[in-house]
Design a protein around this ligand. Structure first.
Ligand code: BEZ
Length: 390
């Protein structure tokens, strides 16, 4: 059994790590936020939604945290892992940011987390689910406001087995997020007796699905579990509907398949079942207020990405307020975020030892361009944080 280090030991470790890095010059009079997000490519809309949600929370605080004006700089990471280290270094070394907010793509997030860990820069991941970020790469200065790739996948594996789906094909882009989402699905599905017929992949961000759909038709599984998001998810759902496979094979997936995409997918998405830590019909006072303000400000409906951006800002605020804006008090800042109960539109959540949300995963069904919440697939699901030593 692994022994959890004492708080004192963790604090000392944290001091040593974080003191190695000079506090940004900007820390005294303002808080400088560096967005590293995709603003081009298949995940462009996701990056914008995250920034919108983050700004919404800061605007609600009058543009200030603990009396310090919040300033923003941003870099388009293009969802390109090869450019991740250069991009994050621009924010840290050139722009001298106090906190990194990023990113969407798991491969890019792992590059960011490596640099954040080495330099001790505070990082809040507002989407990318890379299991490693809150697994082997976990660190005192790295937090996530979103999910691990394992979480929605695991929940859907359980739902599929409960709904008497016996055989499944998995289909995703071949990169960390797809692989890990599929692994989470397989873990719960096979444990309950389900059988995986075949794992199919295509390179990110490829959207040539035709040959794969032909193969699925021949394999005749009960269901196809997918991980796709953004522009790729729009194209996949439309191609699936056009191929007419839905009458005999159930299409299921991590909720990104239908989140922020329903306007573009239209009738092709109707009836799809997905699992996610958010939905469009929670109908709580907290979520209704968030959604109304977002729609008024941005003339768009919010989605899971906007909500995660909003919560990243709430987590930062918890830390900054605890140290009254003095970003040099890193131990206290980290402790405040670690122990916060985040009043999220998704429902209140806390963070795990590895700094990942412990949260309900909802089952949603698309109905009339809305991801309707039809139940809770798994309550209070914590990522196993395999390999995290904190
Ligand atoms: C990821 O790469 O981790 C990811 C991208 C889009 C949606 C969800 C996860």
């Amino acid at each position: 059994m692994r022994i959890r280090p004492s708080l004192l030991a963790r604090t000392l470790l944290g001091s040593a790590l974080l003191a190695a890095v000079a506090a940004p010059a900007s820390a005294q009079d303002k808080i400088k936020v560096g967005f590293m997000l995709p603003y081009t490519g298949t995940f462009a809309a996701l990056g914008t939604a995250i920034e919108n949600g983050f700004r919404q929370y800061i605007d609600e605080q009058g543009g200030k945290l603990a009396g310090k004006t919040v300033e923003f700089v941003k870099v388009d990471d293009e969802s390109d892992p090869a450019k991740a280290v250069d991009n994050v270094n621009k924010l840290i070394k050139r722009d001298n940011v106090d906190v990194l907010i990023g990113t969407v793509h798991s491969g890019v997030a792992m590059g960011m987390a490596k640099v954040a860990k080495e330099t001790g820069t505070l990082m809040i991941d507002p989407n990318a689910g890379a299991d490693a970020v809150t697994g082997p790469m976990c660190a005192l200065n790295i937090f996530r406001s979103s999910f691990s790739n394992w979480q929605p996948g695991y929940a859907m594996g359980k739902v599929a087995a409960d709904r008497k789906i016996r055989t499944a094909v998995t289909l995703t882009w071949k990169y960390a997020a797809g692989d890990e989402s599929v692994n989470g699905f397989k873990e719960a599905f096979t444990k309950a007796g389900g059988k995986i017929v075949k794992d199919l992949t295509l390179p990110f961000p490829n959207v040539e699905f035709q040959a794969l759909l032909t193969e699925i038709a021949a394999l005749k599984p009960d269901a196809v579990y997918t991980f796709f998001a953004g522009g790729g998810a729009v194209k996949f759902v439309k191609d699936w509907a056009a191929a007419g496979l839905g009458s005999s094979i159930r299409l299921i997936g991590a909720g990104f398949l239908t989140d922020g995409t329903l306007e573009a997918q239209g009738a092709a998405a109707e009836g799809l079942l997905t699992t996610l830590h958010y939905g469009d019909s929670l109908n709580t006072p907290r979520d209704n207020a968030f959604r109304l303000d977002y729609a008024k400000t941005y003339k768009l409906q919010p989605d899971v990405y906007a909500m995660q951006g909003y919560d990243a800002a709430q987590m930062l605020a918890d830390g900054v307020n605890a140290v009254k804006g003095d970003m040099k008090q890193r131990d206290a800042l980290v402790k405040a975020i670690e122990s916060a109960k985040i009043d999220s539109p998704r429902g209140a959540f806390t963070l795990s030892r590895a700094h990942n949300p412990v949260q309900d995963i909802y089952l949603r069904k698309v109905s009339g361009k809305v991801n309707r919440n039809v139940g809770i697939a798994v309550k209070g699901l914590a990522d196993p944080a395999r390999g995290c030593r904190l």
